[in-house]
Design a protein around this ligand. Structure first.
Ligand code: PRP
Length: 209
């Protein structure tokens, strides 16, 4: 038998949703469920090895071919891009990128160049370039919602899921930027060298979504 197909999962919610999907397929995910602090975990009956990583690292491992496959959010894919194939929209991890402002304030009026705070500068730049609009982008690492409240930015581009964070901080969405969900990605060389196995796996995934 070939070495196991190695799949990198984004730690946290996407990991849990993917394990749920694998169990629906019929794989025994005991090792992943009882992982403790271990980071590489076998699913022997699927000839699969699961690697747990942060979202950006999932893309790095798949790009470099040290993992054949990955499960990662469209948000990370859009921000980092990179060379790999995006095979399946897994449908879970659904949320969106949106432009939000302090409730009642306007964003599009006036001549002053607007400042936008975000954890996702590439997505933000592309969005406003697409509109032919010049904006100043400030990269924030933590809770971006703070930036307009502190007077650092006119708006934010961030992930909105339930909308609770915006609401509790007196902000509101004024524009949807892009929908987000989890995607199955594959290394380009693995896709050639292990095509039959990967296609079989993708078929099982699609059947059980
Ligand atoms: C994201 C995002 C918002 C929040 C939106 O942060 O940056 O702050 O979720 O969710 P809601 O619409 O359901 O309130 P996350 O919790 O992922 O933490 P992070 O700041 O570490 O990215």
């Amino acid at each position: 038998m070939n070495r196991p197909l190695r799949i990198a999962l984004t730690k946290g919610r996407l990991e849990k949703d993917t394990v749920g999907l694998f169990e629906k397929i019929g794989y025994d995910c005991t090792a992943v469920r009882e992982k403790g602090r271990k980071l590489i975990l076998p699913i022997p009956d699927g000839n699969i090895e699961v690697v747990l990583a942060k979202a950006n690292d999932v893309i790095t491992y798949v790009e470099h071919g040290v993992c054949d496959l990955g499960v990662v959010g469209k948000d990370t894919i859009m921000e980092l891009q990179g060379t790999f194939f995006e095979l399946v929209d897994l449908g879970f991890g659904r949320c969106k990128f949106a432009l939000a402002v302090k409730k009642g304030t306007s964003f599009y009026g006036g001549y002053k160049v607007k400042t936008v705070a975000t954890k996702y500068p590439n997505i933000t730049r592309n969005h406003f370039e697409g509109k032919g609009m010049d904006v100043d982008i400030v990269k924030i690492e933590g809770s971006v919602e703070l930036a307009p409240l502190l007077g650092l930015a006119d708006g934010i581009v961030d992930i909105v899921e339930t909308g609770t964070t915006l609401k509790e901080n007196g902000l509101e969405v004024i524009e949807d930027v892009a929908p987000i969900s989890a995607r199955l990605i594959v290394n380009t060389v693995s896709m050639k060298l292990r095509q039959a196995e990967i296609e079989k796996f993708v078929e099982l995934v699609e059947k059980n979504l």
